[in-house]
Design a protein around this ligand. Structure first.
Ligand code: SF4
Length: 203
């Protein structure tokens, strides 16, 4: 696989920050399984960036982008210290910061990291993906096994209790029955569910 130093990339008026190509899941639908690019952006990293390298790519005029989003070909919270350093600096400059995550940060770091995250990000999109632990394991093949499904729900609850604007996301192609079950899970966790359309990669 060809690799690149695409530490940041623009999409839909946002600046995306790509910290790692590692992930604790191996989702069957993950775009990185079939492509080295995402909407023309070459996201497989040849190496992981430092906070300084990412901050050097942030524009002077912070309002140039609607949001600064930690999201790439891997799980951003694997690089938590770097994410926190960048996020805190972005917030200090007045940016809106979002994290797209599989919700396994507390399992990865073996402690509750949501307090630290609340200082570095404003919004968190936790991919719920499925309506049960068994189906989640089949679809996402998490390194933590079935425990990952409870773990990501606990993570979302803790984020909400810290005052972070957190929501679960699922794609519409899972069908209405599963969407209803996911809505019940989200409601029990006290966080909203957002249903988004399935997006095919461009190449
Ligand atoms: S959690 Fe995201 S980055 Fe990780 S394998 Fe799944 S889709 Fe890919």
């Amino acid at each position: 696989m060809e690799t690149f130093e695409t530490f940041t990339y623009e999409l839909d008026g946002n600046l995306y920050i790509n910290l790692t190509s590692k992930c604790t899941n191996d989702c069957t639908f993950c775009v990185r399984n079939e492509h080295s690019t995402y909407f023309g952006h070459k996201l497989w990293l040849s190496r992981e960036p430092s906070a300084e390298e990412v901050l050097a790519r942030i524009p002077e005029n912070i309002s140039r982008y609607k949001e600064y989003v930690f999201c790439g070909f891997g799980e951003p919270t694997i690089k938590l210290p770097v994410l926190l350093e960048i996020g805190r600096e972005l917030k200090r400059r007045g940016a809106t910061v979002r994290l797209n995550t599989n919700g396994q940060a507390n399992m990865i770091w073996k402690r509750d990291v949501t307090g630290e995250l609340s200082e570095a990000v404003d919004k968190i999109n936790v991919s719920l993906n499925e309506a049960s632990a068994e189906e989640y394991v089949k679809l996402c093949k998490p390194a933590f096994g079935e425990a990952a499904f409870d773990g990501l729900q606990d993570f979302a609850k803790k984020c909400a209790s810290r005052g972070i604007d957190v929501w679960f996301s699922v794609v519409d192609c899972i069908g209405q029955g599963k969407i209803d079950l996911c809505r019940q899970i989200a409601s029990r966790c006290g966080v909203p569910l957002r249903v988004r359309p399935f997006i095919e990669d461009s190449n």
